[in-house]
Design a protein around this ligand. Structure first.
Ligand SMILES: Nc1nc2c(c(=O)[nH]1)N[C@H]1C(S)=C(S)[C@@H](COP(=O)(O)OP(=O)(O)OC[C@H]3O[C@@H](n4cnc5c(=O)[nH]c(N)nc54)[C@H](O)[C@@H]3O)O[C@H]1N2
Ligand SMILES: Nc1nc2c(c(=O)[nH]1)N[C@H]1C(S)=C(S)[C@@H](COP(=O)(O)OP(=O)(O)OC[C@H]3O[C@@H](n4cnc5c(=O)[nH]c(N)nc54)[C@H](O)[C@@H]3O)O[C@H]1N2
Ligand SMILES: [Mo]
Length: 636
């Protein structure tokens, strides 16, 4: 139920008030073990910090001055504010902001029924993997790659811009089990790169050039699959001419790899017909869309129909959100324009669930300033008193997936899992709260009161999945249907007509980006958290700034020093760790810990620029900073 590739099948037990969890040994991806953060889920469940009662703000937003209230009072206050907002400003001034804090089908979608019924605004969900989605659609017409269990038939997997050992541990172990050779392409030496057979370390944003360089070798040395390309590829000749103009020396100079290593990648990738797991991390930058588009071409060049892993969509979940309840068209606000929408007064009532934007959203200073200045009424439904909750007018306690019935799919594998309640704790589920708000509003529509079980059964029926079978085993595999390329030509498009229609070049293009500061700041995922989750419960975070020792030396910085990291958006103070794992010119802070615990997080520095032509995806990694030694006030 977590926002995680692996979406594990967990066997939970609740005895004498104590919860235990273990990985389901029957599940082909989970295979009987949990990752370190998953194994600590009972700590999360039992946390004393869980919200127990609704809270109503008494002081200023962010002050933490709340009073406890009854559900009745809180719900009436919410209903009043929704009614007033719609009356005064119209229904689009109500915005529901959600993300994947819990990915259960009911949990994720049911509240949308209320907001669709109210004709409220929604967000477009572009914070995570949007640019890559668009890029893959440009080439294949879909971002859905192969079933990871098909890796059994492969010899090589390339983890490209994904730290799989931390973020997709079960996928990584599956590749190991199948005996695949493992390569990584990354900017930094991650735990995954340390466990891989080959590591291609490139400079940020140069993926597009590296991939084009590899393609050039494959084409010039005639290592490509001629038959496959003839039958399945559109624009091969044009692409061939395009890469002809590329100079290997330029590729080497920009990527930081030697020509020999580019050739080595090309030769062996073609020979072993590699599958590429394209990471979400790599596409979260201004160069991300073009990068993924270039990478996507490589598997097809060596004769793979869908030789990549990126997203998985196995079932149709649309019934759960009942969009048909709308009587006015959906007004989608780009997720990456939330602060702007608040600044412009477009949003007057904001309902947040399954998300902690006041930790996870870029350019926190701007977002917080916007909220403080505006008269937007904010309701947050969460398990904990997060930073987002602290900036809300009403906070409602959520329960956890251990306490309710749901089903969940995965964005990595092809299983749908049943989630049965095993325990009781404080708070109410997302669907329960939705029904209560609907009731407080006096709405009489039956879809807003449908039971979780009824919704689940209908979604299963829509997808031809047997409830009995799911109940018996706890999971079912969704078989693959034959697929065609949903592109304008009906083929894999090396010359992308879809991209051209958006005003882009038909072929992926390299562009050099820079900021006003000298060091590139990356903020990838941390092992023991899921974005902001588990910081407060597991208490295992790493707030250090990682920096190359040469960059540190130039600035008179020593290992363990306190440093100030800053740019035009903000500044933070932390401890530095010198390392050769991070190249010169790049520094790293892990993503999105709790500002209310730490006093800061990396998103006080990250850019809220968007990958405009790739669905307005987020560009967290296109952030530049400077670092100086920090002396505590009074230190001289
Ligand atoms: N433990 C753990 N697991 C998680 C999460 C978590 O927070 N913690 N979050 C979940 C979520 S929401 C997501 S989206 C996924 C994300 O999981 P991943 O796809 O693994 O994403 P990241 O860790 O953000 O980034 C992966 C790598 O991209 C590299 N990178 C950055 N810029 C570039 C570049 O220009 N080129 C190349 N080649 N590489 C680059 C980074 O150095 C990093 O090592 O993980 C999910 N799983
Ligand atoms: N700097 C930087 N920032 C990033 C990223 C990055 O790479 N770098 N990655 C981005 C990515 S990939 C993503 S996906 C976003 C994710 O950002 P968010 O969507 O904010 O995700 P989480 O931090 O997981 O927050 C989910 C919240 O949902 C709550 N929750 C859990 N279960 C339930 C439930 O059943 N009901 C309700 N109502 N609430 C529940 C949790 O307690 C938690 O507070 O962050 C982005 N932020
Ligand atoms: Mo994500």
């Amino acid at each position: 139920m977590r926002d995680c590739y692996d979406t594990c099948s967990i066997i939970s037990n609740f005895k004498n008030g104590k919860l235990t969890v273990r990985g389901n040994p029957e599940h082909p991806i989970t295979r009987g073990f949990l990752c370190p953060k998953g194994a600590l889920l009972p700590k999360w469940f039992h946390s004393k910090e869980r919200l127990r009662k609704p809270l109503i703000l008494e002081g200023k937003k962010g002050s933490g001055e709340f009073r406890e209230a009854s559900w009745k009072e809180a719900l009436n206050l919410i209903a009043e504010n929704i009614n007033e907002t719609i009356r005064k400003y119209g229904s689009y001034s109500v915005l529901v902001y959600k993300y994947a804090g819990d990915r259960g089908v009911v949990s994720y979608y049911f509240p949308m029924r209320l907001f669709h019924y109210l004709n409220a605004s929604t967000i477009d969900g572009a914070i995570c993997d949007r640019a890559g989605q668009e890029a893959l659609k440009d080439v294949y017409g879909t971002a859905v790659g192969i079933d990871p269990e098909k890796l059994k038939e492969s010899r090589l997997i390339v983890y490209w811009g994904i730290n799989a050992f931390w973020t997709n541990l079960h996928g990584f172990m599956l590749a190991k089990k199948y005996g695949l050779e493992i390569w990584t392409v990354d900017v930094i030496r991650t735990e995954t790169t340390k466990k891989s057979d080959k590591f291609f370390q490139i400079r940020p944003d140069t993926d597009v050039l590296f991939a084009l360089g590899v393609a050039k070798v494959i084409i010039e040395k005639r290592l490509y699959d001629k038959e496959f390309i003839k039958d399945n590829v559109y624009g091969f000749k044009e692409f061939k001419n395009y890469v002809k103009t590329l100079s290997f020396d330029y590729v080497a100079q920009e990527t930081g790899l030697s020509v020999e290593r580019i050739e080595e990648f090309a030769r062996e990738f073609a020979e072993k017909k590699g599958v590429i797991h394209i990471g979400y991390g790599l596409q979260r930058s201004l160069a991300g869309g073009e990068g993924v588009r270039a990478i996507a071409i490589l598997p097809a060049l060596v004769g793979h129909k869908f030789g990549f892993i990126y997203d998985m969509k196995t079932i149709d979940k649309s019934y759960a959100q009942a969009k048909f309840l709308r009587t006015k068209p959906e007004n989608q606000i780009p997720q990456m324009e939330l602060a702007e929408a608040i600044e412009d007064g477009e949003v007057k009532f904001l309902y947040i669930y399954n998300s902690n934007p006041l930790a996870s959203y870029p350019n926190q200073n701007r977002l917080r300033r916007a909220i403080k200045k505006s008269d937007v009424f904010i309701v947050t439904h969460d398990v904990f008193l997060t930073d987002t909750a602290l900036y809300s007018d009403v906070v409602l306690p959520a329960n956890t997936f251990f306490e309710r019935l749901d089903i969940v799919d995965s964005y990595y594998h092809r299983y749908v899992l049943l989630n049965e309640p095993v325990a009781k704790g404080p708070g109410k589920s997302n669907s329960e709260v939705t029904r209560l708000i609907a009731k407080a509003l006096g709405i009489k529509n039956r879809y807003l009161y449908e039971s979780d079980e009824a919704v689940i059964k209908r979604v299963l029926a829509d997808n031809g999945i047997s409830w009995e079978e799911l109940k018996k085993k706890g999971f079912v595999k969704i078989p693959e249907k034959p697929r065609k390329w949903n592109t304008p030509s009906g083929k894999i498009e090396f010359y992308s007509q879809r991209a051209v229609r958006r005003g882009l070049s038909p072929f992926p293009k390299y562009e050099r980006y820079s900021g006003n500061y000298p060091l590139r700041l990356l903020s990838p995922t941390y092992r023991m958290t899921i974005t902001s989750q588990y910081h407060n419960t597991h208490r295992m975070i790493d707030p250090s700034l990682y920096m190359n020792s040469k960059d540190a030396h130039e600035r008179g910085i020593k290992d363990g020093d306190r440093v100030k990291v800053f740019n035009e958006l903000g500044e933070v103070v932390t401890t530095v760790k010198l390392t050769e794992d991070v190249p010169q010119g790049v520094v790293l802070l892990y993503k999105a810990f709790w500002p209310s615990i730490l006093g800061w997080n990396v998103n006080f520095l990250t850019t809220d620029k968007k990958v405009e032509k790739y669905g307005k995806g987020s560009a967290f990694h296109s952030t530049w900073v400077e670092v100086t030694r920090y002396s505590e006030p009074g230190e001289g």
